[in-house]
Design a protein around this ligand. Structure first.
Ligand code: ZN
Ligand code: ZN
Length: 755
C-alpha cells in the first residue's frame, strides 16, 4: 500500500459542515493501517483533545491542526460581503510550541477577529508562526483563489507571503482533486509557483465525511446548517461527491503524476509530534496572608471553621442526638487535612472556600452542597457544604483519594439571579484572562434530526410530524431503537419510500454535533491566561468560553467548577424576604418543620409547580395518588424519597437520618450504589428547599424548562443550547415530552430500598 497521510480533515466538530464521527474515522484509519491522521476543523479546535486521545488509543498519530480563516486585511476590520472576508489556510502543529501558537491564533479568531467566521490575519500569524506548518488549503485558499480567477500574480504573491511568514520549509502548496473544474485549473497552476518560489507540493482530500455514500447525508447536513432546502438551486453545495476518507490507493491514483506531493504527506506527518500530557494539574494561585504558608493557612481556616461548627455538635451530643463522638470528628478532620496536604490540594480548597464565603457575605444564597464533596469534613468545616459527613456516614475517599488522577469535584449551587456576581468575583480575583466559562455542544437527537432532515427534503410537515411522533419519547432514544420498538414506524419505513429516505439520511446524521453554546454551570480558573492551556470561543452573546467541554478541560488538568444557578434558591430567598416584609417575621429556612400537614396536602393535590423536581406531570401524579389521610411521618419520608428521580434511576440507595427532634428535620442522604460518587441531601419536599443532586434534573429557568445532567451536559447545557431547544414550537413540545419521559419511569415507589 502506498504511503499517504490525510492532513486536511473535518469531523462533526466543523459544525454542520463536517460529517465524520471521530471514532468512525479513526477506526477506518486503523483498519487501513494509516499511521497518522490530522484533524483540521473550520476555524476551531473543538475536537483536538478528543481526536488526540482517541487516535492515540488506536496507535494512530494525531496531527493537531486547524483550517483557519484569514482576513484579507486586518482581522479587526469588519466589513464586506461574507464570501469575501476570509480565505482558508490549513495550519498543523509541528511541536508543542506550534500547538500553543495555534491555540492563541484560533482563540483570537473568535475573541477579536470574528466577522461571519472566526478570522485571524497575517500579522497575527507572523507573531505566532513558530512550530506551525501551513498548507495553502482548498479552493477558498488565497493561492488557489488567485489561480482559479486567473490572477496568477495574486496567487504567487500570497504564496510568497505565507512562505515568508512560516518559513520556506513550512509552507506547502496544497492540491486537491474531487473532479471539480476549478481544481484542474489550480492544480495545473501550482507546480509553476512551486518551482518559482521553491515551495513543496502536498496533496489532501479535504475530508468532510467518511464514505462515498455519505455525500448525500452530508449535503443534507449543509442544508440544515444554512437553513436551505435541498432543491434550492442557489444553496451552498459541494458539487463533487468525493470529500470522503479516500484510501492511500485512491489518493495515489488521483495524484499519480505528483509522487512528491504524496510523499510530502508522510514527511509532514513525521515532522509533527504533539503529545497532550496527562496527570498534571494547573491550579490558580491562591494568595495567603503573611506569615502563613499555603498549607498552614488552609489548616488554620479549616480548624477555625470546625470550631464554629463545634458548639452545635456539642449541643447535639449533650441531647444524645449525635451518632458519633466529638473525638471521631476531630480524628477525621486531622486525617482529611493531612490527606489534602499530601495531595497538594490546600490551594484548591481555599479557592472554593473563598468564593463561597464571598457569596455568603454578599447575601447570595448558596446551596447546601452536593456530589461527593459532601463526604468531606473539611468541606463541611469550610462551609463549602452544609452536610455533616460523619452524621451521614459519608466516605471521604469517594471525594478524594490518592489513586484519583483528576482534581476533586465540587459543584456549587447559587441563587440563579446572582450567580453571575460570584463568577464576576472570581474573574476579578484571578484575572479576567484566567477565567472563562465552558462550552457545551448540542447534538442532533432522534426526533429533531428527523424534523430537520424532513424540512430540508421538503416533505410535507404532516408527514414528518407523523414520523417524529412515532419515535418513542424516552430518553436516549435513537432511530435504530425507535424502529425496533415501534412497529408502526417500521411499517411506514417499508411502505413509503420518502420515509425510507428520510430515515436513512436522519440515521446517518443522528447524534452529530449540531451547535456550540455556553455550559450552564461550568467555570474554569487557570493560573495564567486560559489561552496558555486551551483555546477560547466566543458565543452568540459574546460570552467567552473554552473551546473544549467539561470533560476535556478536566482532562488537560484545568480547574473547572460547576457554578449552578438554581432558581429554587432564588425563590426561597424571595419568599423569605416577602415574609419578612409582610409579617416582620424572619424565617430561618434551615429550621422549617418538615411534618407540616398542610404542606403534604399541597403535595397530595399535586399542586407542586415551582417545587424543584416535582413540577412535571409524572411527578405531580405520584404524591397525588397517595392516601388522603396524612401519612405517618416516616411514610411521608419514604414517599418523598421514593419520588426522587435520579437516585432510583441509578440504582441508588437511600438511608434516612432523623437528626434529632430538636432540629425539626428529617434529612435523607442518598448514595449511588454503583459508584458511590453521588451523595445527596434532601430535606422533605414542601419546605421549598433545593433538592440538590447530581444527575438529571429538571427545573425552570426564565420560564423555560430545561433538562440537564452530567453526561448529558455536553448535549444539554441550559445556556443557549437549551433555550434553543426549548424556544417554542414543535421542538419544544418534543423536548418537553422527552423531559417528562425522563422523570416518569422514576416516579414510582418500586425499586427503592430504604435502609
Ligand atoms: Zn477549505
Ligand atoms: Zn477543509
Amino acid at each position: 500500500m502506498p504511503d499517504f497521510v490525510h492532513l486536511h480533515l473535518h469531523t462533526e466538530y466543523s459544525l454542520l459542515d463536517g460529517a465524520c464521527r471521530i471514532d468512525e474515522v479513526l477506526d477506518q484509519a486503523a483498519a487501513l493501517k494509516m499511521t497518522a491522521m490530522a484533524v483540521t476543523e473550520h476555524g476551531n479546535m473543538f475536537s483536538s483533545v478528543i481526536f488526540h486521545d482517541h487516535a492515540r488509543q488506536r496507535d494512530v498519530k494525531p496531527i493537531l491542526g486547524c483550517e483557519v480563516y484569514v482576513a484579507p486585511g486586518s482581522r479587526l476590520s469588519k466589513s464586506g460581503s461574507p464570501g469575501e472576508t476570509a480565505n482558508h489556510l490549513v495550519l498543523l502543529a509541528e511541536n508543542a510550541e506550534g500547538y500553543h501558537n495555534l491555540i492563541k491564533l484560533v482563540s483570537a479568531g473568535y475573541t477579536d477577529g470574528f466577522y461571519y467566521k472566526p478570522r485571524i490575519d497575517k500579522a497575527l500569524l507572523a507573531q505566532h508562526s513558530k512550530g506551525l506548518i501551513g498548507l495553502s488549503s482548498c479552493l477558498k485558499g488565497e493561492v488557489a483563489e488567485g489561480l482559479s480567477r486567473q490572477q496568477e500574480k495574486r496567487a504567487m504573491e500570497a504564496a510568497g507571503v505565507y512562505r515568508d511568514i512560516l518559513g520556506p520549509n513550512n509552507f506547502f502548496l496544497e492540491m486537491q482533486w474531487h473532479g471539480i473544474d476549478e481544481q484542474r485549473i489550480v492544480n495545473s497552476g501550482l507546480p509553476a509557483i512551486a518551482r518559482d518560489l521553491k515551495l513543496p507540493l502536498v496533496c489532501t482530500n479535504d475530508v468532510h465525511y467518511l464514505r462515498a455514500a455519505d455525500a448525500h447525508p452530508h449535503d443534507v447536513l449543509l442544508c440544515i446548517g444554512t437553513g436551505k432546502a435541498f432543491s434550492d438551486p442557489k444553496r451552498l453545495r459541494y458539487d463533487a461527491k468525493q470529500f470522503f476518507l479516500k484510501t492511500p490507493d485512491e489518493m495515489a491514483e488521483a495524484f499519480k503524476d505528483f509522487p512528491d506531493a504524496l510523499a510530502n504527506t508522510v514527511r509532514i506527518a513525521e515532522r509533527c509530534d504533539v503529545v497532550l500530557g496527562e496527570g498534571e494539574n494547573f491550579l490558580p494561585n491562591f494568595d495567603v496572608p503573611a506569615p502563613y504558608g499555603l498549607d498552614e493557612y488552609f489548616e488554620r481556616v479549616t480548624r477555625d471553621g470546625f470550631d464554629q461548627r463545634l458548639p452545635r455538635l456539642k449541643q447535639l451530643a449533650a441531647a444524645g442526638a449525635l451518632r458519633h463522638t466529638i473525638d471521631e470528628y476531630e480524628r477525621r478532620l486531622s486525617y482529611e487535612i493531612a490527606m489534602i496536604k499530601k495531595m497538594k490540594y490546600p490551594g484548591y480548597f481555599l479557592i472554593v472556600w473563598d468564593f463561597i464565603r464571598y457569596a455568603r457575605e454578599q447575601d447570595i444564597p448558596v446551596g447546601p452542597g452536593r456530589g461527593s464533596a459532601a463526604g468531606s469534613l473539611v468541606a463541611y468545616s469550610l462551609r463549602i457544604t452544609d452536610v455533616d459527613p460523619i452524621d451521614f456516614d459519608l466516605i471521604f475517599e469517594r471525594f478524594l483519594n490518592p489513586e484519583r488522577v483528576s482534581l476533586p469535584d465540587i459543584d456549587i449551587d447559587f441563587c440563579e439571579r446572582r450567580r453571575g456576581e460570584v463568577i464576576e468575583y472570581v474573574t476579578r480575583k484571578y484575572g479576567r484572562e484566567n477565567v472563562a466559562q465552558i462550552i457545551t455542544f448540542g447534538t442532533m437527537k432522534a426526533k429533531a434530526v428527523v424534523r430537520d432532515v424532513g424540512r430540508v427534503l421538503e416533505m410535507p410537515f404532516a408527514d414528518v410530524d407523523k414520523v417524529a411522533k412515532l419515535i418513542p419519547p424516552t430518553l436516549d432514544m435513537t432511530l435504530d431503537k425507535a424502529l425496533e420498538e415501534s412497529p408502526a414506524l417500521k411499517d411506514l419505513e417499508q411502505s413509503d419510500p420518502k420515509v425510507k429516505e428520510l430515515l436513512s439520511v436522519a440515521r446517518r446524521l443522528e447524534g452529530m454535533t449540531r451547535h456550540a453554546s455556553v455550559h450552564a454551570a461550568g467555570v474554569v480558573i487557570a493560573p495564567k491566561a486560559i489561552t496558555e492551556y486551551a483555546p477560547l470561543y466566543k458565543g452568540a452573546r459574546d460570552e467567552i468560553t473554552t473551546q473544549w467541554s467539561m470533560k476535556e478541560i478536566e482532562r488537560i488538568g484545568l480547574l473547572k467548577m460547576d457554578f449552578l444557578g438554581l432558581s429554587t434558591l432564588t425563590l426561597i430567598y424571595d419568599a423569605i424576604a416577602e415574609i419578612a416584609r409582610t409579617t416582620g417575621e424572619k424565617l430561618d429556612i434551615d429550621r422549617v418543620p418538615l411534618d407540616d400537614p398542610k404542606t403534604y396536602q399541597v403535595f397530595q393535590e399535586g399542586a407542586t409547580f415551582g417545587i424543584f423536581q416535582f413540577e412535571s406531570s409524572g411527578m405531580r401524579d405520584i404524591p397525588a395518588q397517595g392516601e388522603a389521610a396524612a401519612p405517618r411521618r416516616s411514610d411521608r419520608a419514604q414517599r418523598a424519597v421514593s419520588s426522587r428521580p435520579a437516585a432510583e434511576r441509578h440504582g441508588g440507595r437511600f438511608h434516612r437520618e432523623e437528626t434529632g427532634e430538636g432540629r425539626g428535620q428529617v434529612r435523607i442522604a442518598a448514595t449511588r450504589a454503583d459508584s458511590g460518587r453521588d451523595v445527596r441531601r434532601h430535606r422533605l419536599p414542601g419546605t421549598g428547599d433545593a433538592h440538590l443532586q447530581r444527575g438529571r434534573r429538571l427545573h425552570t429557568r426564565r420560564g423555560r424548562r430545561v433538562a440537564q445532567g452530567h453526561g448529558e451536559e455536553e448535549r444539554r447545557g441550559h445556556g443557549e443550547n437549551a433555550r434553543e431547544v426549548c424556544g417554542g414550537g414543535q421542538e419544544a413540545r418534543d423536548f418537553r415530552e422527552e423531559s417528562r419521559a425522563l422523570v416518569r419511569p422514576h416516579g414510582t415507589l418500586r425499586g427503592v430500598r430504604l435502609q
